[in-house]
Design a protein around this ligand. Sequence first.
Ligand code: G6P
Length: 367
Amino acid sequence: EAAEKAGFEHFMMKEIHEQPKVVQDTLNSVLKDGRIDLAEVGLAEDEIKDISQIYIVACGSAYHVGMAAQYVIEDMARIPVRVELASEFRYRNPILDPHALAIVISQSGETADSLAALRLCKDHGIRTLAIVNVVGSSIAREADNVFYTLAGPEISVATTKAYSTQMMASYVLAIQFALVREQITEEQYTGYIKELQTLPEKIQRIIDDKERIQWFASKQANAHDTFFVGRGIDYAISMEGSLKMKEVSYIHSEAYAAGELKHGTISLIEDGTLVIGVLTQPDLYEKTVSNMVECKSRGAYLMGMTTFGNYNIEDTADFTVYIPKTDPYFATSLAVIPLQLLGYYVSVAKGLDVDKPRNLAKSVTVE
Ligand code: G6P
């Protein structure tokens, strides 16, 4: 096992470090002469033009990928998107549009509820596209189209690199859909692809700075509650950050759409409660900062994560994390990295079994 960990203390840390490479590999697998080529996935242009709406169905972190993808696809390609938890979707007799595309996202390709949701869509005659990591898995075999993520085997129960490759697959689909449906110009198209190509190096830069997160994490080991807040894509990032925190560190954690704070959660803020604000979206920055100020005035201890350049966050936050600049559409891929590191380091500081958290399984094949 020590050899498999390649010098890292845990699989989770090894897999965090693999992200630049696997994100690059996943992107390269669908690029041909600098353009997106979905021939292997099997989606033709006229089929993309015919999509009336998209249902993204998944569980766990894959569902959080869907949440972030929803914002990107709707805004960039102007196709209506609904994101659904597979375990809810399948039991509520959904009204399905035969011209819709169902996208099922799954690392293992074996999650029982996701597989059942896929079958339900197929029974309704809806075209299905799976974003899957494990070749030949049940979901990969049964879906009409498959976009393979090239994360390689993921051992740590808490996903990191599979999530990042699923995000990359989602961006590629959004950009291609947007071009085919004439929602973006040729110039925007090549600009977005160029930006995607910078993500691996930017992810690497964040990982290289991990000691700063380690230091902060060591001070949070005794925390009882954490709240992650953000709006739009930053809310989707918050959901994944919060899940990482609770699954490996056993600290109670919730993600909140920042605007919802005052509808309940703010009553839970006490002296020293850790509130993490995610602020990667320029047009939502001020709004979320004002929500953080409200938390602070009730005693919260604030961490703020934003893009380099937004240094005035230091007027509000007690601890700040900066991520490299990118197009706001793609910020999820960068912002998730410090949050993975935070969950990891808090878990290690508490002496927990970070790769195999209690009560959790890597692949959930029961319903
Ligand atoms: C389990 C794993 C999660 C994963 C979820 C969905 O809960 O611990 O990391 O996100 O299942 O799994 P899938 O294989 O369908 O992506």
